[in-house]
Structures are given as C-alpha cells and as structure tokens.
Design a protein around this ligand. Structure first.
Ligand code: PLP
Length: 689
C-alpha cells in the first residue's frame, strides 16, 4: 500500500469531493449563466460553494472569485495592484520604487511580479525580503523598506518548510506603507485561521488541489476597495471579474471540501495533527538518530516536517522511502525534478549539506491514525535498512564481502573509492569537494580507514576535496597519512596493496588496479590509447563523465548505439523471455532500496541479480566476459538509472542489454511483488556471475 506523505505538493481528491464533481456532471451540468432550470441548478452549486468559502474565510465582504488555481490568483492580484499603480503614474503621481516578496515565496510570486512589472513598463525594483534561519521574514528590514514599496507579497505558510509567517508582525512593519499586501494562503487553508477580516490583507490566493479538491480550481479573495483588474475579459462571468465558463466540476468539488471544513468532520483539529506529527518525528529520530530538523516544529504547520540526515543525500533517502512505499519529496514538487538544492533552505542560510539532504514530509489534515502508524513502522524499517546497508552508522553491523570499486558520481564528476575486500582500508581517487561528506559517512559506517587520497591530475584545487577529506579523516582519529607527492601518492612506495588487489601508479598520474596479476581498471587514463592486456578486458574509469558512460573499454572505440530500442515494456520483456529464457533481470537500485523493497518477480523463470549503480563497475568484467551472451534487462525505481546504465553497457559493446521502461514504479504490479520485510534486512551478496 502506498502511503502518501507529500500533501504540500498535492492531495488526493476526497471521496465527497469526487461525489460532488460526479453529481455536477450528471445532474447540474448546465451553464450557470443560462436562465433555464438546468442553468439554475448549476448556478445554485456555484453560489453554495461561494457561500461556504465566505463562511470558511470569515469574509462577508470583498470579492471571492473562482480561478484555475493559485498561480492564476497570484497573476490577477499582481496585475490588479500594478495596473492601479500604472494608472496613478499616468495621472502624474510619483510611484514607490519597490516590489517586495519574501525570499522563500513560491516561484509564482516573484515571477508574476517580474512579468507584470515588465508588461506594464513600470520599471520597479523587484526585491526579496530576507528571512532568518527559521524562515521568518526579517521584520526590521521590511519596516525600513515598506515605505518605498508598491506591493508586498508574503506567504501565510511555506510549502517546503511549513514555516508559518508572523502576519501580525508583517502588518505592523507595513504600517504607514502605501503598499498593497498579497498573502499567498495556499498552504494555510484548512490548517490556519487567517483572520482575513481583522488583517488588512488585500489579496489572498488559494488552491483546491492542496486541500483534497482536484487540480485546476482555486479561489482569490480580494478585499473590498482593493484595486481590481480582470486577468481575462470575455463573457462577463464572475461579475466580469474572471470571464470564461466556470469550471463547475472543480468548483463543486472545492465547494464540498469547504462545506466539510465548516462541519469539521473529515479534517482533524490542530491538536490531533500535532500529535500525529509528534509520532512521525519520534519514528524519524529512532530511524535516524542524527536527524536535524530544518525548522522548529513550533513555528511550522502541524502537518509538515522538513529534516536532513547527515551524510545521506535527500535523493538517496527519497529513493529508500519510495522503495518502502512512502511518498515524500525534497522540497517543492515544481523544483524536485531539478538537481539544485532548495532555494528556500539556502535563503534561510542553512549549511549546504542540510540543503542537499533535506526531505519534506507533509501529511494531510484528513489522514487517519492507521496511516500514521503504518508510516512510522516503515520509517523505522528504512532506518534499519540504511544501517544494514552501511549507509548509517550502526555498532551492530559486521563486515560482509563487498565490491572493490565504489563510484560516487554527481553532475558528471566521479570519485572512486577502492577498498580491500574486508572493507577495513580504502583509497579515495579524485575526491570532489561536494563528495567529501558522503565519502566520510561511507567510511564511518564501515569503520574503514583511509590509506591514501590520490588525484589523477593536478587541478586548481578549488574542486578537489583531497585536502578537506584528509583533514576530516585525521579528525576522526584515522592513522596519520604518510608523506606523499603532490598527487597524494605515498613517497617511497611502488604500490598500494589492498588484500589481493594492488594499485600502481604510472608516470603521468594514471593509476592501475590489478587483481592477482591481472590489470582490471585504470583511473585517469586516456581511454583511446590501446594497451596490451593479454586478452583481458581493462576498463578505464573516467574522472569526468558528462555522458554517463560509466566506463570505457580500454583500447576499444565506443560502440555506435544500435538501432534496437533500449527500453523494454513488460510485454517486450515477455517476448524476449520466449526467445532467450536465460535472460537476467538486474536490480540497479542501491542496496538500501533493495533492502526495503526487494524485487520478487512474479514470473518464476526470471532471475534477479543485484548490481547497485554505485557498485556496478564491479559487475562489468563478468558482463563483458563470461556472461556476455546472456541478455540483461536492468531495472530501477523509475527507469532512469537503468536506462543510463543500459546505454553505457551498449556503448561498451554489450548490445544485448535493455532497460525496463518505467521501472518498479510503473511495472511493479505487472511484474513484481515488491516485498517489505518485517525484520532487519540482511542484504545478500551481489551475484556477479
Ligand atoms: N503558492 C504556494 C505556496 C504553493 O505551494 C503552490 C503550489 O505548489 C502555488 C502557490 C501554486 O498553486 P497552483 O498549483 O494552484 O497554481
């Protein structure tokens, strides 16, 4: 069962909202502008929704217009305000020079300010209001700048952190300012009392899909007397404030949700939501004892927790949670497909590692106690799996046979860690500054000591993490490093032995990794250079890998991609299985993801091997050697990592490799029983055959 903990991104549609939408389509499908009975029935649905909205918002006066969502409400508010200032300017009045918005505002707000400022040729200065480490607006700064502001935009509660703004403090700081005030109230609806009537808020946009109504419907409140310019002109609907035939299905559903808010049955009061959050935070702290909260709970919505786990990137945590059927996100849904750290946490001045590791858990005001309890159980399970996979420190964890080369890659830059099979000693090659923390965590979790930190080339020192890695390792009471040359090679040593593996250095910084007298891998080498390897395949592991090749077969040119499609659907997989029964599925998700959601193929003919992306280098000799004839179908969570690895393998000449399109997320039910273990997970050894 999926547990959805991403309610600040969107919510499911409440059954009673669905019913209201269906009923409107069946019984009240008329046009609310028509004067016949069908139109009147639709009009009564529209009026009832607006009446509920007025009661929920406590606003008997002012406009409430239905929109397509908050982004439209924001545009309308900004256009209304700026157009009023433009008219004043045209009649000779001097304009205040600033348009202010909170630095952690949803992007819709600053982008709307910039857009309409440009379209209306106002030339005002669009400036962020700084926030403190808790994400609260700098009120002194605002007090100083508000007298020169034409508009001030501050959200009621932040979508990423849940931080609730001090609206009374903001109102006080704006005292005497000519600015109109927009309060983005999207995350507040149903969770906070906005006291719109008491506060002199001019515009407040809302969005239906953040509170159990469907996407594509929202509301804008406009204070009586506040300037208003319609965004859309046409048939004069909504008293000519927003033309276009109303989205009656969405409005009926939103109306049903608002009515339910009035009744107070489906949604829990704050005290219950706070108790749920306490339970979830307790489970998170049990799973991740070093966890850091990115905002004080007392200042946040009772349904949101934003946290970071030292040494664990948000990407990894989200993948583990997803494998356990827990849907969370790294920040705003709009930004989470991009790799950049959250601008919200950066604006709060949090350290880079916290921004890079941040996870947002947000549940809904209608979630049940059973859901919260099951979520807590799975969170604890994820903590155990991370410990068992040596991604969190755990005193109980012993050693197990492990891959020799581990690859840490980000944005096309690669760092390699070479370990002895007992995992107690390691050499780090070409560490990047941003990889230092994850590598240290990796070493800590394995009780692994650092033998050397090597660079394969000189660089300007800005991006290399060699110095900080050595420094941090020393702080961890690691043995003092031996004197070394500028690239980190220990002086007076010809080779570094790691069990049966040996690292050797060539003149130009190139490193070779040998196993029992056979050359296996080279680091920092020119891949195009042919080498004499007596029939063995040697892999060049690149330092820069922008095209995600993973490795290049030394002395061999890159194979042209075949015309055979790279991605297989489930039915394509079954067809392939008819032709080649010996086919292997390879789970390239990280060990911890595999631990919380093992792939158990429904089809018993399928065998699953494990080759996590970070360790996949170790499987290459087998896949291009003894088992080269066996077709491989790589699988991951969404199909992205598996496609990348399959493409790389084809580039190495292994054409009989595919990726399962859509991964476990889309094919799960058709192909796998993804099992969620009850007990601490023992992770099997990868099958490199
Ligand atoms: N404002 C905030 C605080 C939000 O969280 C969102 C949605 O993520 C929006 C505005 C945009 O809302 P909509 O999707 O309804 O346009």
């Amino acid at each position: 069962m999926d547990i959805y903990l991403d309610s600040n991104a969107t919510t499911a549609v409440l059954p009673l909202a669905r019913e209201a939408a269906m009923k409107t389509m069946q019984d009240a499908f008329g046009n609310p502008s028509s004067v016949h009975s069908a139109g009147l029935r639709a009009r009564s649905v529209l009026d009832a929704a607006r009446t509920s909205a007025r009661r929920v918002l406590g606003m008997p006066t002012g406009r409430i217009l239905f929109t397509s969502g908050a982004t439209e409400g924001i545009q309308t508010a900004v256009l209304s305000c700026l157009n009023a200032w433009r008219e004043k300017r045209d009649s000779g009045e001097a304009l205040p020079g600033l348009l202010l918005y909170g630095a952690t505002e949803h992007k819709a707000v600053p982008e709307a300010l910039k857009h309409w400022n440009k379209v209306l040729c106002l030339g005002l200065n669009v400036q962020p209001i700084p926030v403190d480490r808790n994400g609260r607006h700098a009120l002194e700064w605002l007090r100083h700048h508000a007298p020169q502001a034409a508009m001030v935009c501050t959200m009621a509660a932040n979508n990423e952190t849940g931080v609730v703004s001090d609206l009374d403090g903001i109102a006080l700081a704006m005292n005497g300012s000519p600015a109109l005030w927009l309060v983005d109230s999207v995350q507040a609806l149903g969770k906070l009392d906005l006291r719109l009537a008491e506060r002199r808020i001019d515009y407040a946009p809302f969005s239906g899909h953040k509170l159990y109504a469907p996407k594509g419907v929202g509301m804008l409140y406009v204070r009586e007397g506040a300037p208003f310019t319609p965004l859309m002109a046409g048939g004069g609907q909504e008293n000519a404030a927003r033309s276009g035939t109303e989205n009656m299905v969405g409005i009926a559903a939103l109306g049903a949700v608002l009515k339910e808010l009035e009744r107070g049955r489906a949604f829990h009061p704050s005290s219950v939501l706070e108790a749920y959050r306490k339970q979830l935070v307790h489970a998170l702290r049990t799973a991740f004892p070093d966890l850091v909260l990115n905002t004080p709970l007392a200042m946040a919505l009772p349904t949101t927790v934003n946290f970071s786990v030292p040494g664990v990137t948000s990407r990894l945590l989200l993948e583990v949670f997803d494998a356990a059927g827990l849907r969370m996100s790294a920040g705003s849904a709009c930004g989470s497909s991009r790799a950049q750290p959250s601008y919200v946490l950066e604006a709060m001045g949090l350290e880079a590692w916290r921004a890079a590791s941040a996870v947002r858990l947000s549940f809904g005001a209608a979630d049940t106690e059973d859901t919260i309890e099951e979520a807590c159980r799975r969170i604890r399970q994820c903590g155990l799996a991370l410990k068992a996979s040596r991604l969190l420190p755990d005193v109980a964890a012993g050693t197990d046979a492990h891959s020799v080369v581990t690859r840490f890659a980000a944005e096309g830059e690669c760092t390699y860690v070479v370990t002895d099979p007992g995992q107690r000693r390691c050499v780090v090659i070409d560490p990047r500054a941003e990889q230092v923390e994850p590598i240290l965590q990796w070493m800590r979790c394995r009780g692994c000591s650092l033998v050397a930190v090597l660079n394969t080339a000189h660089d300007d020192g800005k991006q290399s993490g060699a110095a900080s890695l050595k420094h941090a390792a020393r702080a961890l009471a690691q043995p003092a490093p031996t004197p070394c040359d500028p690239l980190g090679w220990p002086l007076a040593q010809d080779l570094i032995a790691l069990g049966p593996w040996q690292l050797r250095r060539l003149q130009d910084g190139v490193l070779e990794l040998w196993e029992h007298g056979a050359l296996r891998y080279r680091f920092g080498a020119d891949a195009a250079k042919a080498i004499d390897v007596d029939g063995d395949i040697v892999f060049d592991l690149p330092r820069h890998d922008p095209d995600a090749r993973l490795a290049i077969v030394a002395g061999r040119s890159i194979t042209e991609p075949s015309s055979e499609p790279l991605e297989l659907s489930v039915s394509g997989l079954h067809t392939l299985l008819q032709q080649a029964p010996a086919i292997r599925l390879v789970d390239v998700r990280e060990r911890v993801e595999q631990a919380v959601g093992a792939l158990v193929p429904g089809d018993t003919r399928l065998r699953v091997d494990r080759a996590p992306m970070s360790e996949i280098i170790n499987a290459l000799p087998g896949w291009l050697g003894q088992t080269a004839e066996i077709p491989l179908v790589l699988v991951c969570r969404s199909g992205n990592r598996s496609a990348q690895a399959a493409r790389a393998l084809r580039g190495m000449g292994r054409q009989n490799t595919w990726s399962l399109a859509g991964g476990v997320a889309l094919c799960g039910q058709d192909l796998f029983n993804t099992a969620m273990p009850e007990q601490e997970t023992g992770i099997g050894r990868p099958c490199w055959t």
